[in-house]
Design a protein around this ligand. Sequence first.
Ligand code: PA5
Length: 474
Amino acid sequence: MAKINRKENQIFFDFNNMMSDYIGAEEGIREKDISAVSATVKGAFTSVIEQGSEGWQGWMDLPFGQAEIVEDIIATAKKVRKEFKTFVVLGIGGSALGPIAVFQALCHLHYNELPPKMRKGPKFYVEDNVDPERMAALLDIIDVKTTMFNVITKSGATSETMSQYLVITDILKKALGADYASHVIATTDHVKGNLIKLAQKEGFKTFYIPSGVGGRFSELCPVGLLPAAVLGIDIKLMLAGAGDMVKKGKQSSLYKNMPLMAATLQYIAMKKGKNISVMMPYADSLKYIADWYCQLWGESLGKAVDKNGNAVYAGQTPVKALGVTDQHSQIQLYTEGPFDKVITFIAVDKFRTEVMIPEGLKDFPDVNFLCGNTMGTLLNTERKATEYALQKKKRLNRTIIVPEVNAYTLGQLLMLFMMETAFVGAMLNIDTFNQPGVEEGKNATYAMFGRKGYEAKKAELDSAKAKTDRYIIK
Ligand code: PA5
């Protein structure tokens, strides 16, 4: 693990602009509002922390209990880097969004276009869809003979991933014959599903997704660690960052507990009708953290019933935005539209590289004010200005400050959002870790394909009201 000054690399959570002192009594949260929900907060803290890695909370243990697996991952990644020119992840949802987010955050922003000598690993692609044009486009640019495919599925049954698997293994078999199995690494549950059976039958190198770790909480297990290690990312450092955030999340004092305070404020905001959570990093490297967050937040908290079976229709719609790009598209709405949002900025203090805006337009004062500054200064100044504009318009907003984007700070960030999600779910008394709404769609797809065992669902679909042409304009 690379050495890092941990003290200088702690992420901060600034929630001033969530508070009534800063955005006014009508919209803002008062300390007494926080005190008023203390029993709920305490209950959520106890249930998440004391439950620990029980049930579906195994992800909280990942920073501490994977030493042996991590060594296997690092050794496998080293071999992949040596022997393959391309690494492709086949997966969807929680089996794809984390690898994409970490790749974007910690690798060169034009990584695949770099000459091999300037990359720490093979070219990298994640196929998180079944769009035929996308698959065909991938096949146009890769040579399967020099590609390693990492098929990732917790359930081992997801149609999209299994169809990608079928397409790729068919091509591999035709190109390589029996040797094809050395081009596939499976990451899946150690007992459930089809992929584990196929892996055992075909002899694929296999990594396991621990039993208490669900898809959207799986980035810090082999799901995310193997692709990251292949890319040359310091996965031990990433786990160290996540582990330090777990420690913060176990602090009993609310005002010292970053994930719990973040969750408490979101919970109060939701109770005040703030139904939208905007995630807006001000860094291209963190752009896909917003995508990853959208799945985590949306799929975990969007629930029809609570744990007692009461209809609650809980959730906050996650929206991704990118600073400053979306200042020129969405900020107008956030500043002047409905009072229904909490906006989270992710700020980066120090960019890993800087670009100077050169001098040279002294005769044009309207442009010259930019000259001699860095682009990073411009970006961060615009963020602060936007934060100010939102505060002035009494819009709830909060900022997570990342000193620099690196494996250690990224680990903290991922764990912060996972713990915040678990705490909010517990406050809402919902099952954070299931996804019955997703299952319904999956089952309907199986039925439409005539899959065995889904005859009743097929009958249900067939008896649904047929669409009328009256409402289709041609
Ligand atoms: O969070 C979840 O559980 C889901 O979004 C899954 O990640 C997604 O459906 C893919 O599932 P699997 O990894 O089983 O293929």
